[in-house]
Design a protein. Structure first.
Length: 384
C-alpha cells in the first residue's frame, strides 16, 4: 500500500466506510436470534450454557461462566476471589473506568499503577513496585490493552506467596495468545472477557469469567442469578427453589448468547482480518514522522485497537473528526477522574501518553482504501 502523506498530498476519495466502529456480523446472527425468539425462552437457558461450552472449548479450558457484561465479569470474579472491603487492588489507571468501578463495587481500594508507554500495559516491575508499596494488596488486575497479553510469569510465585490474586481484564483480548502460546484465559488466572458490541467477538452485550476452580465457577453461577442455585429448567420443574447467598441479575440472556454462538465459528477469520488490518496500518504509518504506533504484539494478539501517539493530539483529533474520520481516545486516565480523586498519585508515563494517544478507526468493515484515507488525512493534520 502506497500512501501519500506530505503536506501537499491529496487525500484519496473516501469510500462508503463507516465513521465509527460497528459490530461485524457474518449473516447467521439474525436467524440465531429469531430461533430464540420463537422458543419463548429469552433469559438464561440451554442456549447460554451451549455458548459457555463453546467458549471453554475454544480456549481449551474446563469451564467458562457467561455473564451480562465485562463489568459483571470483573465484579463477580473479584467477589469469587474473596476481595472485599479494605483490600487493595493494583490496577492501571490506563483502562476503561469499568475496571475501577468493579473494584469499588466490592468495597476494595484501587492502587493505581503506571504503564509501559510503548504498549499501554503494566509490566512485572511496575506491578511489584505497587505491591511492595501497598499495605494490603490482595489482587492485581492487569489490563490486556488493545488485545496484548500481559506477561507476569516472573512474579507469579512471589504474588502467590503474598496471597495476591491475579484477575485479568481481558476485555480486549478474546482470541489472543500469551508468550507461551497459550490462549488468554488458559493461563490459570481468573480471566474476564467482554463480548460487547465492538469487541473481537460480539454477543451484542455480554461477558464471561474463566474460573480457576469448580468452587469459583459455582460461586459465580450463583451470584449471577440473584443467589439462586437451580437452573431455569430445574426451577420450572419444582414448587421450590433455593437462594443460597448474595447475588445480582448478571446472567447472560439466550438472545445475546445466540449471537455469540453464531460468531464463534468465525474466530479464525476474525483473528486473520484484525491482524491484517493492524499490519496494514503499521506499513502505512511507517512514513509519518512523529507518529508512534502502540505495539499490540500482532503475531500473538487479536488486535482490538490501533492506537498512535502523536504531537498536538487534541488539535489532530479535532481536525480528523471534522473530516469525518472516527478517531477516539482510549482512555482518559482514571487517577485524574473526579470520581477517583482520593486515590490520585503521580503516574508520569500515563500522564505523558494521555496527552498523545489517538485511536484510529479499527474494525472489520475497514478496507485498504479506508486505511489509505485515514493515514493520508492524519499526515495532513500533522502538517509539515
Amino acid at each position: 500500500m502506497s500512501t501519500p502523506t506530505g503536506p501537499n498530498a491529496t487525500v484519496p476519495p473516501r469510500p462508503d466506510a463507516r465513521r465509527n466502529a460497528s459490530p461485524y456480523l457474518y449473516g447467521q446472527e439474525a436467524a440465531a436470534v429469531a430461533r430464540v425468539l420463537e422458543s419463548g425462552q429469552y433469559g438464561h437457558s440451554d442456549v447460554t450454557e451451549e455458548f459457555e461450552r463453546g467458549v471453554a472449548a475454544f480456549l481449551g479450558v474446563p469451564d467458562a461462566v457467561a455473564v451480562a457484561s465485562g463489568t459483571a465479569a470483573l465484579h463477580t470474579a473479584l467477589l469469587a476471589a474473596g476481595i472485599g472491603p479494605g483490600d487493595e487492588v493494583v490496577v492501571p489507571s490506563m483502562t476503561f473506568c469499568a475496571t475501577v468501578q468493579a473494584v469499588l463495587a466490592v468495597g476494595a481500594v484501587p492502587v493505581f499503577v503506571d504503564v509501559d508507554p510503548a504498549t499501554l500495559c503494566v509490566t512485572d516491575r511496575l506491578v511489584m513496585e505497587a505491591v511492595d508499596a501497598s499495605t494490603a494488596a490482595a489482587a492485581v488486575i492487569p489490563v490486556l490493552f488493545g488485545g496484548r497479553a500481559v506477561d507476569l510469569t516472573t512474579i507469579r510465585a512471589e504474588l502467590a506467596a503474598r496471597d495476591v490474586v491475579v484477575i485479568e481484564d481481558a476485555a480486549h483480548a478474546f482470541g489472543s495468545r500469551t508468550g507461551q502460546n497459550e490462549k488468554v484465559g488458559a493461563s490459570g488466572d481468573l480471566t474476564c472477557f467482554s463480548f460487547g458490541p465492538i469487541k473481537n467477538l460480539t454477543c451484542g452485550q455480554g461477558g464471561a469469567v474463566i474460573p480457576r476452580t469448580r468452587e469459583e465457577a459455582a460461586a459465580i453461577r450463583r451470584m449471577r442469578l440473584l443467589g439462586v442455585v437451580q437452573s431455569q429448567a430445574e426451577r420450572a420443574a419444582t414448587t421450590r427453589y433455593r437462594v443460597e447467598g448474595f447475588g445480582l441479575r448478571y446472567q447472560m440472556s439466550s438472545l445475546t448468547a445466540a449471537i455469540g454462538l453464531a460468531q464463534l465459528p468465525h474466530m479464525a477469520d476474525i483473528e486473520r482480518t484484525r491482524r491484517t488490518l493492524w499490519r496494514s496500518y503499521q506499513r502505512a504509518l511507517a512514513g509519518l514522522d512523529g507518529v508512534r504506533l502502540v505495539d499490540v504484539d500482532p503475531d500473538r494478539s487479536v488486535p482490538h485497537l490501533c492506537q498512535v501517539r502523536v504531537p498536538h493530539r487534541d488539535q489532530v483529533f479535532d481536525e480528523l473528526r471534522a473530516r469525518g474520520i472516527g478517531v477516539g481516545v482510549h482512555y482518559p486516565p482514571n487517577h485524574l477522574q473526579p470520581a477517583f480523586a482520593r486515590w490520585k498519585r503521580p503516574l508520569p508515563a500515563t500522564e505523558q501518553v494521555t496527552e498523545e494517544i489517538l485511536s484510529l478507526p479499527f474494525h472489520q468493515h475497514l478496507t485498504e482504501t479506508d486505511i489509505d484515507h485515514v493515514v493520508c488525512a492524519l499526515g495532513q493534520a500533522l502538517g509539515p
